[in-house]
Design a binder for this molecule. Sequence first.
Ligand code: E4P
Length: 272
Amino acid sequence: MKIFIDSADLDEIRQGYLWGVLDGVTTNPSLLKKAVGKRVQAGEQLDLKAYINQILEVARNTPVSLEVTEFSADKMLDQGRRLYELFNPTAGNVYIKIPVNPAFKVEDQTHFDGIITIKKLTGMGIPVNATLIFTPEQALLAAKAGAAFVSPFAGRIDDDIREKAGLTFSKTAYYPADGIQTDGNYLEDNGIVSGIDLVEQCVQVIEHYNFETEVLAASLRNPRQVREAALVGAHIATLPFGVIQDMLKHHKTFEGMKNFTADIVPEYAELK
Ligand code: E4P
């Protein structure tokens, strides 16, 4: 499974690439706002274009998703093309992130604007990451339109299922891949019992029909969820910096280190 960092924080991205574990970067407007806000607050006069170019350079040879902020087909197409033309020359690694459905509510008439934009951008040779995927059928349509990546949001499905059931939880709390049963019935959303179940069903649909599209498991909040995304065959997982760090931690690893260190024979350490 490829690992992307879900961040627009240049320091985090640099660190992850130094560790040698990263295969790409995903950003979104909220992540960019957070990263830029942090620098501006620290007194930096930030040149956004130069900042994004630095991210692209650090991630050279690996995909970096830049999301559009418009939500009509014409405007998303225009912005997606502009972002690509502006930034892809830097390192040739820009993917344009398009919401699979940019409507704000069910009454809106813009449900297909995402799909139309994905189709048009991919037709121009611009690779697309279809985002905000919450059903395997959205993933299927995005793949048919030519998306290079489809991004199911695992954590947000878990949030939704827990909220609807009136459960209290923290954002990073583990939610079982197999779902939670109450009174003999699974808590679910539209037949999906967990975020990992959503990822798995997307993988099944994409692989069953041999699409070249890759399933990019997004909104992963803890290491166990990353493990489960890998076990169900996600092609890519995009992870916050903290989750990447947490993936290496185990109390028995720490204990083992302490014990081995206490047992070091001085002559052994000095062997030449
Ligand atoms: C994906 O590309 C999104 O940026 C991200 O994974 C959303 O995660 P969140 O639900 O934890 O905000």
